[in-house]
Write a protein that binds this ligand. Structure first.
Ligand code: UDP
Length: 327
């Protein structure tokens, strides 16, 4: 192995896909995860350390033991709805947890961090697409904790010479194109897996949260980006830092928005199964339309999504729900 990268939250959905890609790039991922939402069986490309990011002492020991060249920090709580009813969990894991990791990095001398942020830091912007100059005015505790963590990373960067890239994901979706890793959250709340569960009759129907938005077909519009593309952006971000490329905060999206109804049509086309739906009132905290200006990630990292068209997203995800994609 040429080098190692510490991957907090590497047993989770985006973390595990990134760990696999690192391994393919001859970088050994050292996964550090408390397994509250991660899956032990998703850690297959390097050592696993069972630990909590709030445990600074443990993090220092792990950094000293494995001597990673960078840390990719995924470990966080990530349900918008839950963050509204249980903000303490989010301030603890996402704010205190990131602070703990930053202190461990500082004390153990690890000076490169790639941080998982979110388009939720932008709130409900009135001007679209969302670029990196769009004001960050989060509208829920999840987005606020991600923004606070971004600020902490930047301040540690300025004070102690930590170099960083903050990556603001739009809607992560899809599954490993080689079929090694899927999308599983417990509970599963995300649109595409829930719609596939409904198509496979594992749940009676999909609830569509709001049909009366000011959007072309009345349903919310989001920028769906494939997890394999997100994983590659992390590798590119690491290469950028390894070449002393300077600190960045980047949106990771495709630059295109799709409505819920468009997503459902693609699922019907690709799987041949209909998706039973029930219309439901709006979910609180949902902005009508979000999509990225993807230009800066392209200009600074050369990042171009390859798997993020809706058809490929559904094709890669469908087998994990027992659905065959039509040829
Ligand atoms: N959504 C829905 N039914 C569901 C799950 C999600 O109508 O069972 C909608 C949700 O209100 C939002 C979009 O689908 O408009 C994407 O939601 P998701 O939770 O996947 O991601 P988010 O945009 O919240 O990060």
């Amino acid at each position: 192995v040429a080098s190692r990268i510490l991957v907090t939250g590497g047993a989770g959905y985006i973390g595990s896909h990134t760990a696999k890609l690192l391994r393919m790039e001859d970088i050994e991922p050292v996964v550090y995860d408390n397994l509250t939402t991660g899956n032990r069986s998703s850690v297959r490309w390097g050592p696993f350390v069972h630990g909590d990011i709030l445990d600074t002492t443990r993090l220092i020991e792990v950094i000293e033991q494995y001597q990673p060249v960078a840390v990719i920090h995924f470990a966080a709580s990530a349900y918008v709805g839950e963050s509204v009813v249980d903000p303490a969990k989010y301030y603890n894991n996402n704010v205190r947890g990131t602070l703990s990791l930053l202190d461990a990095c500082r004390q153990a001398g690890l000076y490169r961090m790639i941080f998982s942020s979110s388009c939720a830091t932008s709130g409900a912007p009135t001007v679209l697409p969302i670029d990196e100059a769009t004001p960050q005015l989060p509208i829920n505790p999840y987005g606020k904790t991600k923004l606070m963590a971004e600020h902490m990373v930047a301040d540690y960067g300025a004070a102690f010479g930590l170099n960083y890239v903050a990556l603001r994901y739009f809607n992560a979706c899809g599954a490993d194109p080689e079929g090694d890793l899927g999308e599983w959250h417990d509970p599963e709340t995300h649109l595409i897996p829930r719609a596939l569960m409904a198509a496979a009759r594992r749940i009676p129907h999909l609830e569509i949260f709001g049909e009366d938005y000011d959007t072309p077909d009345g349903t919310c519009v989001r920028d769906y980006i494939h997890v394999a593309d997100l994983a590659r952006a992390h590798v590119l971000a690491y290469r950028h830092l390894a070449q002393d490329g300077g600190n960045l905060a980047l949106n990771l999206g495709t630059g295109r928005g799709h409505s819920i109804k468009e997503v459902l049509r693609t699922i019907v086309d690709v799987t041949g199964h209909d998706v039973p739906v029930v219309f439901h009132r709006r979910r609180s905290g949902d902005p009508p339309t979000l999509y990225a200006d993807a230009g800066l990630a392209y200009r600074s990292l050369g990042f171009v999504p390859r798997y993020s068209d809706l058809e490929t997203i559904v094709r890669t995800a469908a087998p994990f729900f027992g659905l065959e994609a039509r040829s």
